[in-house]
Structures are given as C-alpha cells and as structure tokens.
Design a protein around this ligand. Structure first.
Ligand code: HEM
Length: 469
C-alpha cells in the first residue's frame, strides 16, 4: 500500500490489479496493511449492513487521532467534529443538525454560482483555450459550502488566486501527503525540520481561526435578532435560503441543546467536486448519454435561450439525470472508504472470525466495483438505476445494499441531500447551456485518471465546451 501511495497510482488501477483478484476468492472480506497495522476491508453488502446498523458493536475507530496530536489531519478534521464523535455527543449533534440540513436546499445559491461559472467558461471560449473544469468546480463547491453553510462569500469562483482558496487547497493536499500520512511522527515531533510543512500548519491554524470568527459573528447576529422579534420574522420568510449555520444556531434555541464553536466546524466540499467532475467526464466520453440527459432536462425546463435556475421539484423530475448522478457515484464514489470502525468484541462476519479490537473498513470503492455485487461493474451504465432495474432489485431484495456512496444507517452522510441538490442544479444548467467533450490528447482518453486518498477527484480534467445559446 505504501508503494501504491508513493507512486500515486490511481485507485482504479491498483484496485483492479491488487484487490479484484482477491475479492473473487473471498466472501467480500480481505486484509490490507494500513498505518494501524492489519485492517479488514469489507465489500460484502450483507456484512456491511450488519456493521453499519450496529453502532454499539462496531463504534468508530480513532484512526486519525492515532496520527497524533499536532498532525495536520488531527488538527483539521478531528476534534469534536460530527464525523468522529460517538454516543451521546453524536446523538446531540445529529439531533440538532438533521433539521438544519433537511431545510437548507439553497437552489438559488447553487444556480447563481453556476451562472458565475458560465462566465468563466465563456471567457475561456473567447480565448480559445481548453478549460480545467476540475479547478473551476472546486472553486464553485467551496463557494457553495461557505455561502450556504456559513452565509459567508469567499469569492473563490471569481478570484482563482483567492487567499482562502489557496489556503484550503494547501491543507487538503497536505493532509494527503503520503510521507506524513504514514510517518506522522515527523510532523508531530520534528515539524521545525520541515519548513514547507510548517507553512501548511500555519495555513491550517488561520483557516480554523477564520471559521471560528465566522461562527462567533453569526452567534452574535442571531442573539441580537432573537431580541428583535421583528427582524427574526423577516428573516424566517426565506428559510430555503438560510445558511446551515444559522439554522443550526436557531435550532439550539428551540431544542435547548448547544454545540460549541469547535463542534460546528464542518469541512467537506471535495466530495461534491469529485462527483461533479466524474459526471462531466462520463458524459464527455458517452455522447449519447450526454444528449439523453440534455433531452431529459429540456423536457422539464424548456429550451429557451436563457439561464434557468431549476426548483427542487423540477430537478427531481429529471429522471435520467438522477440516474446518471447515481451511476457516477457508484463507478467513482468520491469518498472511497467510510471512516474506520472497530470490533468491540470477538465476533463473526459471515463465516470469518474477527477478534476484538480488529479495525474494519467499509470499502465503498470496491463494493461498487466488485463483480459479485454488480453486473459488468466497470461499465458506466445509468440504466442500472432505472425503476425496477438492477439497483432496485438488489437493494429491495435479500442481497443487501451494494450502493453506499454516502454510507448507510444512522451515520449516513448528513450532507447527502445538500450535495445531490447541488449536483442536480449545476449539471442541469450546464446541459442546457453547453455540449462538451474531451479535448484531443487528454490524459483521460483511455480511462479517467484520479487523484486523492480521502476524497477522489478527476485529475486535471480539461474539457472543450460549445455553447448552445
Ligand atoms: C458527493 C458528496 C458526498 C459524499 C460522497 C459523502 C460521503 C460521506 C460518507 C461515505 C460518510 C460516512 C462516513 C462514515 O460512515 O464513516 C459521510 C459522512 C458525513 N458527511 Fe458526507 N459526503 C458528501 C458530501 C457532504 C457534504 C456536502 C457535507 C456537508 C455539507 C457532508 C457532511 C458529512 C458529515 C457531517 C458526516 C458525518 C455524519 C455522521 O457521522 O453522523 N458530506 N459523508
């Protein structure tokens, strides 16, 4: 595994080379060495279900905590963050956060950002250059999360040299540096010997401070507006476009529970960037699928020569586009493994004995790519998600659920609907306005090349766009 990471071999290659041959011999369980020693990876849907539905028997393992106090992942994503907390703390977080995440579907924000992205695409067309759409999507999803999440505009789309964008990217790239990932001791004890790493740590401190300041400011505004009932009535009129943080803080008032500033920090936008970049890639290389998706969108929104921001109901009526989004998340799940669990006691998974304290990883990528779980799994085929099709038959039957891009059970991704809404708006608006293809000589000509460890995105994805209006 270390050599795979050091060579930066894409997940699609090493999975087919190393994992797939083993999967055909096992019950969907295999072992791999990780930083924590031998770890059991699981791709069998029935066993996955038995783990995800039994939080008490299989609690989260403190995999990042093990990289030690002071390591970059530990600083940035550990702490009392919803992804890692357990038991009563997690229940309190989730109870407060669920309504906020269900209410906030900021279609207008997603739509306005997509129109800003059109300006960038049109600018590149004027200059006759291919566009690194992966980079543009990264900026769009970061803006979407900060605007819809915190009500704070960092203008990453409009300004590619934006300081916050650079800082965020530096942290995300730094966290996935294989050297420090496997040997965190070099940054927890000997950081002073690595000046470049020190710069990333400084970036991380500044970013966390920015979030802290935003949360404090928001608390002050909300406390003030609660005193002023007239103001709070006006704000309540447009709940759909309220940011998540505001809804969370208002929820604290009605639930009588409280989250600390530390607990309110959520850092997750790269997963949506990955999903969008892969959907664009698959539609670029499958022109018939792209056209069918466009017909689906035009059937709902019409074909006038103007930008239309779709409503929630309209995006849900785009059946074929929704099938594409699901198939993209199957064939390229942007979060390839769920966070590690631990067996609390000796147990059996299928026929295999698992000793107490064994680390277990739900291998989302290989669950989605296993020939035991899907017909012809390496082929992009949205038809699997047709009502009554392959996916429905498996999920509703005895088979267990082989489609788990957002995990499953009580700890399923809380941002799932937010991310799906964002993908539907961005993709439907792009399909109305442009056709696109891979430029000649693209590195993705024979297969999509990916990068990343925790979040997978299409590497340096350039596309050629042609406007329809
Ligand atoms: C395509 C987009 C996304 C994918 C594929 C994805 C995937 C996942 C997965 C697999 C998990 C479960 C981890 C586990 O079981 O250990 C998870 C949890 C979580 N995700 Fe997402 N995610 C996405 C977008 C988002 C967004 C946009 C947000 C925030 C706005 C978000 C916030 C969270 C949180 C807070 C959790 C922890 C939930 C809990 O433990 O109760 N995710 N996500």
């Amino acid at each position: 595994m270390i050599s795979v990471l050091m060579r930066r071999e894409p997940i699609s290659q090493y999975s087919r080379r190393l994992v797939e041959p083993i999967l055909s011999l096992s019950e969907g369980l295999y072992t791999r060495t990780t930083r924590l020693g031998w770890t059991v990876y699981i791709t069998n849907p029935k066993i996955i279900k038995s783990i995800l539905l039994k939080q008490d028997s299989f609690p989260k393992a403190k995999i990042f905590v093990s990289s030690g106090e002071g390591s970059l992942p530990n600083k940035f994503i550990v702490g009392p963050n919803m992804i890692f907390v357990e038991n009563a703390d997690w229940k309190r977080h989730r109870k407060l956060a669920n309504p906020a995440f269900q209410q906030a579907m900021p279609h207008k924000i997603f739509g306005k950002l997509t129109i800003q992205m059109f300006d960038i695409i049109d600018e590149s067309l004027k200059k006759n250059t291919d566009l690194d759409i992966g980079d543009v999507l990264k900026r769009l999803t970061l803006d979407a999360l900060t605007l819809a999440g915190f009500g704070f505009d960092i203008h990453a789309l409009q300004d590619p040299n934006n300081e916050w964008l650079r800082t965020y990217q530096s942290i995300i790239t730094g966290m996935q540096d294989p050297f420090f990932f496997f040997f965190p001791i070099f940054e927890t004890r000997f950081l002073h010997m690595f000046p470049k790493r020190q710069v990333i740590h400084d970036d991380c401190d500044r970013f966390l401070k920015l979030m802290d300041d935003m949360i404090k400011e928001k608390r002050d505004i909300i406390n003030k507006s609660i005193e002023d009932t007239i103001t709070s009535k006006v704000v309540a009129e447009d709940i759909q476009e309220k940011d998540i943080l505001t809804l969370l803080l208002e929820g604290e008032e009605s639930e009588g529970a409280y989250m600390t500033n530390e607990e309110l920090k959520v850092q997750s936008h790269d997963s949506t960037t990955g999903a969008l970049s892969f959907a664009l890639y698959h539609m670029a290389v499958n022109k018939d699928i792209q056209q069918k998706a466009r017909d689906d969108v035009l059937g709902v929104l019409g074909d006038s020569n103007e930008d239309i921001i779709p409503t929630t109901a309209q995006t849900k009526a785009m059946d074929y586009l929704n099938m594409i989004i699901k198939e993209t998340l199957r064939i390229q799940p942007s979060v390839p493994v769920a966070s590690a669990r631990k067996a609390k006691e000796d147990c059996k998974l299928g026929e295999v004995f698992i000793p107490k304290d064994t680390i277990l990883l739900i291998d989302i990528y290989n669950t989605h790519r296993s020939p035991s779980n899907w017909d012809d799994p390496h082929t992009f085929n949205p038809e699997r998600f047709r009502p009554g099709g392959e996916a429905d038959q498996k999920i509703s039957g005895e088979f267990g659920n082989p489609w788990i891009p957002f995990s499953n059970g009580a700890r399923q991704c809380i941002g799932m609907n937010f991310s799906l809404a964002e993908q539907r708006v961005v993709l439907s608006m792009l399909l109305r306005k442009y056709t696109w293809s891979l430029p000649k000589g693209s590195i993705h000509e024979t297969n999509v090349i990916t990068k990343g460890i925790f979040f997978i995105v299409a590497k340096d994805l350039e596309l050629s766009f042609t406007p329809r209006y």
